[in-house]
Design a protein around this ligand. Structure first.
Ligand SMILES: CNc1nc2c(CCNCC3CCCCC3)c3nc(N)[nH]c(=O)c3cc2[nH]1
Length: 373
């Protein structure tokens, strides 16, 4: 165990890296998928199930927790780790992205974002300084800068304005973060789909010498090809010795293609949200358990999976639970999905260690297409 925050790359395969982030709360094996725990819970899962599935770190969220139960209350209760009974690392987003996608009546200016709570309509201000303060009150191990993420497509001028604002906010967040031993603050590369803006953002952020760098402003509706080309444009301008986090990504296909290009960390609501909506991610692709085709299928989702939800219950039963709107349907499919995503990452980590990532990705994709035997 360490009292510092550090990242080490133990193997590479092309641009892909196998690494480890060491933190006082435990190690994070990369490439890593971080289950989303929006309001202090990975929805429909107990923390011990999240860990058993293979997760080393989960996400918390400034926007939700500042509105309810409130950052100062969480701090009084001993912090987010204690409150949600997750003693391993937590990464928190800064809240700006959620303000833009969830709240009513919002305004962005140099000071920060002003918005109305989607819960009770109350008015709130989130400055770079307040966002970092909230993340500190929550006890977050990896804190994200406040940034402005523009929707795509947008004009170069809008992308440039938002990218420069995010750079100024990165400096303010760096000052507000100060020295928190064992914790990190990550900058977020913006720049829309404009290569020169992406490069400028990455180079300017790198000058702040941060402990990690996120690639933001993607997975906002652009084609996968655009997302991948922006990743390729940014990578040469980020320090190889620091972790790279692609925010909000993504489907299994997005993840394997981004790992190939050097991304180390991912988060996405998809496995949890899909589980609540009757969708199962398996090594044979995605299944919609609401579909009548499963009504008489006695097979489990995947007998080869170590996840109890995937190797025990019949598809017919899962279909029944989903059709009946039973809570257990959400619980079992969320469990299977989080476990599948962790198995996907474990397979990628092993393939990088053994220098066979390209072949591994090809076989993973073939299974998705081939479907269950
Ligand atoms: C889904 N696509 C996407 N997500 C993005 C996100 C959010 C990443 N997920 C955070 C969790 C969401 C659920 C609650 C807990 C936090 C982005 N966040 C920031 N700050 N900046 C982005 O450009 C940014 C860009 C993103 N693109």
């Amino acid at each position: 165990m360490t009292d510092a925050f550090s990242f080490a790359v133990s193997a590479t395969d092309g641009e892909a890296r196998r690494g480890t982030i060491a933190t006082p709360r435990g190690e994070i094996r990369t490439p890593a998928f971080m289950p989303v725990g929006t309001a202090g819970t990975v929805k429909a899962m107990l923390p011990e199930q999240v860990r058993q599935a293979g997760a080393d770190i989960v996400l918390g969220n400034t926007y939700h927790l500042m509105l309810r139960p409130g950052a100062e209350r969480v701090a009084r209760l001993g912090g987010l780790h204690r409150m949600m009974n997750w003693e391993r690392p937590i990464l928190t987003d800064s809240g700006g992205f959620q303000v833009m996608s969830l709240s009513g009546l919002r305004k962005i200016d140099e000071r920060g974002v002003t918005f109305q709570s989607h819960i009770d309509g109350s008015r709130h201000e989130l400055s770079p300084e307040r966002s970092i303060e909230i993340q500190g009150l929550l006890g977050s191990d990896i804190q994200m800068q406040l940034d402005e993420c523009v929707k795509l497509p947008c004009s170069d001028e809008i992308a440039e304005k938002a990218m420069h604002l995010s750079l100024r906010w990165a400096e303010r967040c760096r000052v507000a973060f100060g020295e928190q031993p064992g914790r990190a603050m990550f900058g977020i590369v913006q720049g829309g789909a404009v290569e020169r803006l992406r490069v400028e953002s990455a180079r300017e952020l790198t000058r702040l010498d941060l402990k990690g760098y996120a690639i933001g402003g993607l997975a906002v509706g652009e084609p996968q090809a655009v997302m991948l080309s922006m990743i390729e444009a940014v990578m040469p301008h980020l320090p190889a010795a620091k972790p790279r986090y692609l925010m909000g990504v993504g489907t299994p296909d997005d993840i394997v293609e981004a790992v190939r290009r050097g991304v180390d960390m991912f988060d996405c609501v998809m496995p949890t949200r899909a589980g609540r909506h009757g969708q199962a991610y398996t090594r044979y692709g995605r299944l919609n358990l609401r579909n009548a085709v499963h009504a008489d299928d006695p097979r489990p989702l995947d007998p080869a999976s170590a996840c109890p939800a995937a190797n025990t219950y019949s598809r017919a039963y899962l279909h029944h639970l989903v059709r009946a709107g039973e809570i257990l349907g959400m619980v079992l499919l969320t469990w299977a999905n989080i476990w599948y995503y962790q198995d996907l990452m474990a397979g990628l980590r092993k393939a990088i260690e053994e220098g066979r990532l390209s072949d591994h990705i090809a076989s993973v994709k073939a299974d998705w297409i081939r479907g269950a035997p």
